[in-house]
Every structure is written in C-alpha cells, then in structure tokens.
Design a binder for this molecule. Structure first.
Ligand code: FEO
Length: 395
C-alpha cells in the first residue's frame, strides 16, 4: 500500500503485514496486522510518527519517498518496541538531519535496543508542544499501554490523536478507516488488549480519562485501522478495563484418557442449564489469543487437568502461567483434577496462581473414571458457580 492521505497534509506511510501468523511468538494473528506510521507535513517542519517493523522497512521507505519530501525533521517515537521503532535507524540513515523526539525513558530504551546515538535525540516531557509551523504536536504520556514509556501525540489543528499500541488492533486492511466494519476491528483490538494491556488495566484507566478530556476527530493507532468514530474504541476499552464481568465461565481443560473430558462435558451441560455462557478451551489445540479474549470479561475460570508426571499436565501449567501473567479480572477460579494413584496437580496450580486476587472455589477431584458421586460433585460445582454469579448480580 502506497502513502495515503489521512487528512490535510497528514499521510499514512505504514505497511500491512498480511502474512504474519504470530505476534510475540505467542498470539496467532488470524487477520494479519499492520505497522502504522504517519507523515505530517508542516509549513516549516516535517514529522514522522513511529516507524514500522524492520522486516517491512523497504516498503515503508518506498511509501515515504512517494511523497517527494526533501527532509524529515522529526521522528516521533511513541514506544520503543521494535515493531514501531525498528526502522528508525534506516530513517536516520536516509534523512541524517532528522532528530528522534521522545521521552527520557523511551530514549534510554531506544539507545539500548537500537544503539541510536545520544546526539540524535530531542527529549520531551508530558504536555510539551512541538511546532511544525502551521501544525502543532502535543505529547501526552500514556504509560503502560504497553510498556512504561508509551506515549501518545495529539495533532492539535486536525484533532488527531496518535496512540501507538493503545487502541491498536491486529487487523491488516486496505481500508484506512474503520467506517462501518466495526466488529472486525473490535475483535482485533480486544485480542491485542488481552495479550499486552490487560495486566495493566488499572494504569490504563487514567490514560482513558486523559483521552476523554480531549476533542478528537480521529484516533490513529500504530496497528490496525484508524478510528473515524473514536467513541467506538474508547467505550470498548472502558468496558474491558472496568471491574464488570459477564455471566460467563472460561473452561481450560485437557483430557488424556477421558475422565477429565467426561467431567467437563457434565459441567458445561450443568452451567448451560443455569443460563451461564461457557467458553471451553481444549488446551491441546487452543488459540491463545481467543483464550485471552475470553478471559477479558469472564466471571469464572475452571481449570481441569489430568495428573501427569505426578502433577499438573504441562499444557495446563502453561495455560495457567499465562492466566497468572495476564491478570484478568476473573472473580472465581475452580480446579478439577483426575488422578489414578496420587499427585500434586491442585497444589501446583494454586502455586502458579500467585497473582490471582479472586476466590478459589472448592476443587473437585476424581480417582479413576468418574462415578455417580463424582458427577454429583461436578453438579455441586456448577451450582456454586451459579450462586457466586448471583451474589455479584450477574446471574
Ligand atoms: Fe506494537 Fe508494544 O508494540
């Protein structure tokens, strides 16, 4: 995709990555992704907002060159992670007059990650402004969306807020703006939020407040499409970061010989009778991104594991490690475990869940293939979950 006009001398010079299958070597990208960069032509200075993943730098440079600029004065680096910063060295090589404009923390990260010389930086503070002549950039520190140095940039005259990862979505598209195709971008944005921002949701609240106080026509993130109706993504974020949970249970399970499977099938049936939405994830073949999305608003998670190597199955341990790292707002967790002759699976799972602040419900254990009394224990677990959901007013 060549350079495209966003608004009055503001151009999109980013690149779509249609074929990328994994992000952070972890999250499947069903819709690809994009690395967005924006070129702002001022009457006196030109500024580039973020760059692209280094794997796409040649296409990116072609896009910039298609605008016929003789100089780039500023490269605004909103986030040091390489999918946005990795092509800064190439820009500095081609446009040696350019200075990297960023905050002190980001500068240190960029020097460390990309070996950019100290003399190439202009350091700014929260609220500082930078004039391009007829256009003015105002910097807004928005930490923890995704790293501690992340910031946004407001183009005052055109009311565009550039937000980097914040509000971004994993969507590759030839359509620059979200327009009416809202569901696809919200799914992609929720996938990105769940993976990298959910652990920091309390910090994100203050960032949302800052954004809501501004007059914004466009939100231009550095992944995915531009929001021409900013409320769409602001309201979605407000919901995700709130303490509200849905009448929903995420079930993470795996079965080696059918015992765990049988109990989980019964549990799903029981919960469905209570009108609770259930999202089961078989941990032998899960999409980690979908699991993370499910955890954004589930009231309860049930983890079910057979016993292997005297403990929790390694795939379940991996999923629970991820759960613990993502720190979802899940209120209740229950453990279901089957075993033949012993093991420490339940204690091991509890040990992994060191950051879980909700309530652990009584576990269900079954020795061998589930019998009538084991199924009754599952029925009781479903009833306990229903009661808990009623207590917090969602059932
Ligand atoms: Fe899209 Fe934190 O990088």
């Amino acid at each position: 995709m060549a350079a495209r006009k966003v608004k009055n001398d503001v151009f999109y010079v980013g690149v779509q990555d249609w074929d990328r299958e994994l992000f952070d070597e972890l999250i499947p990208l069903n819709e690809g992704t994009s690395y967005n960069s924006y070129l702002i032509k001022g009457s006196q200075k030109n500024a580039l907002i973020d760059t692209v993943d280094p794997s796409k730098k040649d296409l990116f440079i072609e896009n910039i060159k298609s605008l016929g600029l003789t100089r780039i004065d500023y490269v605004i680096s909103q986030h040091a992670e390489q999918d946005h910063s990795g092509s800064i060295p190439k820009v500095l090589e081609l446009y040696p007059e350019a200075k990297v404009v960023t905050n002190q923390k980001c500068k240190e990260f960029l020097k460390s990650l990309l070996l950019i010389d100290d003399s190439k930086f202009i350091t700014i503070n929260d609220g500082d402004e930078l004039s391009l002549g007829d256009k003015t950039l105002k910097f807004l520190f928005t930490p923890w969306v995704h790293w501690p140095e992340t910031m946004s940039t407001y183009l005052k005259e055109d009311k565009i807020l550039f937000t980097c990862d914040f509000f971004g979505s994993h969507v590759a598209s030839t359509e620059l703006f979200v327009g009416q195709k809202k569901d696809r971008v919200i799914e992609g944005a929720k996938r990105y939020y769940a993976e990298i921002m959910m652990p920091f949701r309390s910090s994100i609240r203050s960032n949302i407040k800052k954004v809501e106080e501004m007059k914004i026509d466009l939100i231009a993130p550095s992944h995915g499409q531009i929001y021409d109706q900013p409320d769409l993504i602001i309201n979605a974020y407000k919901d995700w970061i709130s303490d509200n949970v849905e009448n929903k249970v995420t079930v993470l399970y795996l079965s080696m010989h059918g015992s765990t499977q049988k109990m989980i099938e019964r549990l799903i049936d029981d919960l469905t009778k209570f009108d609770i939405v259930v999202e089961p994830f078989n941990l032998t073949k899960m999409d980690v991104g979908k699991l993370a999305i499910s955890l954004v608003d589930s009231a309860t998670a049930v983890v079910a594991t057979p016993t292997m190597l005297v403990g929790v199955h390694p795939n379940v341990a991996y999923a629970m490690y991820l759960f613990n790292a993502l720190r979802p707002k899940t209120k209740f967790v229950a453990i279901v475990n089957s075993y033949s002759w012993g093991g420490q699976a339940i204690e091991q799972i509890k040990g992994i869940l060191s950051s879980f602040k909700g309530e652990l419900l009584s576990p269900v254990t079954v020795n061998g293939y589930p019998k009538a009394e084991d199924m009754k224990a599952i029925d009781s677990l479903a009833e306990s979950i229903f009661k808990k959901h009623k207590e917090i007013g969602i059932a």
